[in-house]
Every structure is written in C-alpha cells, then in structure tokens.
Design a protein around this ligand. Structure first.
Ligand SMILES: Nc1ncnc2c1ncn2[C@@H]1O[C@H](COP(=O)(O)OP(=O)(O)O)[C@@H](O)[C@H]1O
Ligand SMILES: [Mg+2]
Length: 285
C-alpha cells in the first residue's frame, strides 16, 4: 500500500490553471500544481507572491474563481475548511491555534476529544495516544502533561504535524513552518516533514527559504506576483538554480560580489595592521 511504502502514486491534489482575485487585486493567476502521496511539493515565493492565497484555496478557506482544483481526481470547490479536512487535507498555519496553558495531550485532541460513557473525557487514552504518536514521529516528550506553551516553536509545529497524521490526513499543508525558527529547530521540523512523507502523506510546504525547501522537496513551484515563475521536479533543478530564481539571480550575485570585496578589503586591512604591529614589536604585553 502506498501509505506504508511511501511510493508516489496518483495525485491527491491537482491545481489546473487556478486563479483568484480579491476585488481588483489578482492574487493568483493560472497556477498549476500536483501533490502526490509520499511527495513533498514546495511552494516558494517572496512576500505577496500568492503563497497564502494558494494554500487557503486548498484548505477550503477561500474559493478559487478560475481553473480547476481536483482532489483524488474529482473537481471540487470547498465551501469551508471542514470540507477540506473531511477530504483528508489538514493545514497547519504559522500562528498555530493552540491553547498555551493546556497540556500537550489536550491540544493534540482539541476538537476531537475521545470520550467514554456519559461524555467523560478518556484522559488515559488521550495521554497514551499522544505520547505514542509523538514517539512514532521521533519526538520523545518527557511529559505530555506539560502545557504546550512550554514547548519550543519547532516542537509545537511537530505536535501539529503528528496530530494531522494521527487523524488520518492524506495531505498536509504547512504554511511557513520554519520561518520563525532558528537553524537547529528548523532542521527538526524538516525532519518531521520527511517522516510524514515516509508515511505516505502528500505534503505542501510553503516557504521563502530555498535552503529549507531543497533538501526535503520533490517538486518546486516558484510564485512571483501571483504567477507561476517555475515548476520543476527535483531532478530538473539544482539548489543554486532554485536560489537564483527566488532571489532574482543577478541581484544576489551582485550582492555576493559586493560582500566579497568588502570582506576582502577588511581582511587585507587586518593583515596589514598585524604586520605593522609585528614589525614595531608593539604586541600585547
Ligand atoms: N483578503 C485579501 N484581500 C485583498 N487582497 C489580498 C487578500 N489576501 C491577499 N491579498 C493580496 O494578494 C496578494 C498575494 O498575497 P498572499 O497570498 O498573502 O501572498 P504571500 O503569502 O505569498 O505573501 C498580495 O498582493 C496581497 O496583498
Ligand atoms: Mg503568506
């Protein structure tokens, strides 16, 4: 089964020439994209490129007004996020909707609480399941009773991902999950994205950082002012090419040269200073 082996199959989600306007503003125009099981599709682009608009359409928050959105091959227009969720599409937003003072397990089951007879919460089951699911994703939380607010941003993202996997998501949409994180924590989140892919989910990763996208991505869509600038499978594009597309190529090269010459001059000045000091015998006492 694909869910176990993580091999790529038929697309879970497919956008064909999708467009969306907000009044006079064309937020998205003629964008096509495929999300296959066991694959990570990265959507890259600067601020205002249309990334959030794209995921809001997939997540059922906004409706597209051009093109076709297919889920499992069927054309759909979601009327609400609930409909998208029922179709197996789980979205993790950057500003996670968590209740900071509630325990991790409570947040894990928020809105989908497990109950026993008379509507009583089945706390032991929820605790245990939360711990097991997090462990299965490689997250070893000492205490699932600690308030989720005490976890780092990266850990919280990971809990949200594990939650989506547990509740049967087929497609996981992540809006800039690494944007607010340091290098190490971003690495942790990227590792869980790879875990979700291994479990057969189709992942849509929104980011403006090609260095986060490239190692985990199978396909890359680069948006610019609402339009598709490039759409490539990994074997068709190198990390440098992806970075150049994002940065507007020439501008970045220019900056690199500038920085090089600045630091080169600084290095020359330093070594010259060191020579003078050495010759004058004015070293530190
Ligand atoms: N609700 C909205 N109403 C009007 N304009 C919007 C709305 N949402 C987004 N836009 C505009 O659509 C464009 C794309 O925005 P967005 O999808 O948020 O880009 P990104 O997430 O890549 O930064 C921008 O020009 C933005 O100002
Ligand atoms: Mg955005």
């Amino acid at each position: 089964m694909t869910a176990e082996t993580g091999t790529a199959g038929a697309p879970l989600v497919r956008l064909e020439g999708v467009g969306k306007s907000y009044g006079n503003v064309i937020a998205l125009k003629d964008v096509s994209l495929e999300v296959a099981p066991g694959e990570v599709t990265c959507v890259l682009g600067d601020n205002g490129a249309g990334k959030s608009t794209l995921i809001k359409i997939i997540a059922g928050l906004h409706r597209h007004d051009e093109g076709v959105l297919r889920v499992h091959g069927e054309p759909v227009t979601f009327g609400s996020p609930r409909q998208a969720l029922d179709a197996g599409i789980a979205t993790v937003y950057q500003d996670l909707a968590v209740v900071p003072l509630m325990p991790v397990w409570r947040n894990f089951f928020l809105g989908s609480e497990k109950r026993r007879a008379f509507g009583l919460l089945d706390v032991p089951h929820m605790r245990c399941t939360t711990r097991d699911e997090l462990l299965a994703m490689g997250i070893d939380l000492r205490d699932v009773d600690q308030p989720i607010g005490t976890l780092s941003g990266g850990e919280r993202q990971c809990v949200a991902i594990a939650r989506a996997v547990h509740f049967g998501a087929k497609v996981l949409v992540l809006d800039e999950p690494t944007a607010a994180l340091g290098v190490k924590q971003a690495g942790v989140v990227l590792r869980y994205i790879v875990q979700a892919r291994r479990r057969g989910l189709g992942v849509v990763l929104i980011t403006h950082n090609p260095h986060h996208a490239y190692p985990v991505g199978d396909r890359f869509l680069v948006l610019k002012r609402g339009r598709s600038l490039a759409y490539h499978a990994k074997e068709e594009i190198s990390r440098d090419e992806l970075t150049a597309l994002m940065a507007g190529g020439a501008e970045l090269e220019e900056l690199a040269h500038e920085l090089e010459s600045v630091s080169g001059t600084a290095a020359e000045e330093l070594s010259a200073e060191a020579r003078t000091l050495g010759a004058g015998g004015e070293g530190r006492p």
